[in-house]
Ligand binder design. Structure first.
Ligand SMILES: Cc1cc2nc3c(=O)[nH]c(=O)nc-3n(C[C@H](O)[C@H](O)[C@H](O)COP(=O)(O)OP(=O)(O)OC[C@H]3O[C@@H](n4cnc5c(N)ncnc54)[C@H](O)[C@@H]3O)c2cc1C
Ligand code: FES
Length: 342
């Protein structure tokens, strides 16, 4: 038996390695030519300390308290030189990928289809020739075919599906937007580099509030696909906010999740005054139904930077302090995304 270990580096780069039964994460990474931080490899120095965000494992009893205290172990800190996985795991490595002599994987793929979901959104589907494993919520850098330029897109499909799907806003005059609108053909070669990002779904152990702006819905579709499979049963409420009526896409998909995923509910709202939608206004005006009790909830927020900043400001002003807060800004093509976790 073997397990899949996602190593999520400080710079957001994520590499998946296979860990054999009884093997430590440090050794498995080394086998995959990834040099995780280490010194003694004996549970003495603490240099290999990481955080395990998800999964079961055994640390044994051979390490020193100086290397990993009881409190640290109880909080999910691990020594990778002692950590023997008992399930698939996600390990957060407090070093940049380059320092561990690794980098994002580059995978070749082909355009399977481009579908126009509305005037303002496309669905791009890519079949990849190689393995593009990712955590639900993460993104990948997609080459705009024939240009040598890349754009970042969150996966909207479920990890493990043969077809990788993306929900992409139609930005008038934009490089990727014009490619999708005018030139894209099934079979076009496309290169994907990733996965990247610390915006991914953690184990759902308390109620979750998801806030999506526009095509910021994409990572939530991937998360909800995963929840459909995992079925954690906790309350998960999504508020999906857009600017114009025409921007609302995938409402039927969300209705499907509401029917299939235990505890999942959602509302939609539209900002523009001329909208015919029953719920008009900004996302923060539609938090009724949100699990905001006693701060004991996790928040995931994704959308264009002004929307993300406005929501962060609203939470600050109202003194709402969730147990954890994860957000991703869909910034116009910058080399590295701003993704934060608090
Ligand atoms: C981590 C991350 C994940 C992302 N995931 C997604 C995703 O899943 N779906 C998605 O639709 N987008 C996503 N984006 C944004 C995406 O990377 C591109 O910026 C966007 O699709 C525009 O690309 P383009 O080539 O069509 O336009 P570009 O050629 O990049 O831009 C053309 C012009 O439009 C401006 N512009 C670009 N984007 C916007 C905007 N949103 N609003 C107003 N003006 C804009 C640019 O500044 C430029 O002047 C993500 C961004 C980041 C950083
Ligand atoms: S490398 Fe020294 S404790 Fe793990």
């Amino acid at each position: 038996m073997s397990f899949s270990i996602a190593l999520n580096f400080e710079d957001g780069v994520t590499r998946f390695v296979t860990c054999n039964e009884g093997e430590t994460v440090l050794d498995a990474a080394y086998r995959h030519r990834i040099n995780l931080p280490m010194d003694c490899s004996d549970g003495v120095c603490g240099t290999c300390k990481c955080a395990c965000a998800e999964g079961r494992y055994d640390l044994g009893e051979e390490y020193l308290d100086d290397a990993l205290s009881e409190d640290e172990a109880a909080a999910g800190q691990v020594l990778t030189c002692q950590m023997v996985p008992e399930s698939d795991c996600v390990v957060q490595v407090p070093s940049a990928s380059t320092l561990c002599r690794t980098a994002s994987a580059e995978v070749s793929g082909e355009v399977a289809h481009v579908r126009r979901l509305s005037d303002t959104a496309f669905e791009l589907a890519v079949t990849s020739a190689g393995d593009m494993a990712f955590l639900p919520g993460q993104y990948v850098n997609v080459e705009v075919p024939g240009t040598g330029e890349t754009r970042a897109y969150s996966f909207s499909s479920r990890p493990g599906d043969a077809e990788l799907r993306f929900l992409i806003r139609n930005v008038p005059g934009g490089l990727m937007s014009r490619y999708l609108a005018e030139r894209a053909r099934p079979g076009d070669a496309v290169t994907l580099t990733g996965p990247v990002g610390s915006f991914y779904l953690r184990p759902v152990t308390r109620p979750v509030l998801m806030l999506a702006g526009g095509t910021g819905l994409a990572p939530f579709l991937a998360m909800l696909e995963s929840l459909r499979e995992r079925g954690d049963g906790e309350r998960v409420h999504l508020v999906y906010a857009v600017t114009r009526d025409d921007d609302l896409v995938h409402v039927e998909t969300l209705e499907g999740f509401a029917a299939d995923v235990d505890g999942f509910t959602f509302t939609t709202c539209v900002a523009r005054d001329d909208s015919t939608h029953p719920r008009k206004g900004f996302v923060t005006q539609h938090l009724d139904g949100a699990p905001l009790e006693d701060g004991d909830f996790d928040v995931y927020l994704c959308g264009p930077p002004p929307m993300v900043d406005a929501v962060l400001g609203h939470f600050r002003e109202e003194g709402i302090e969730p147990a954890s807060f994860h957000y991703e800004k869909f910034a116009p093509s910058a080399p590295l995304a701003e993704a934060k976790t608090a």
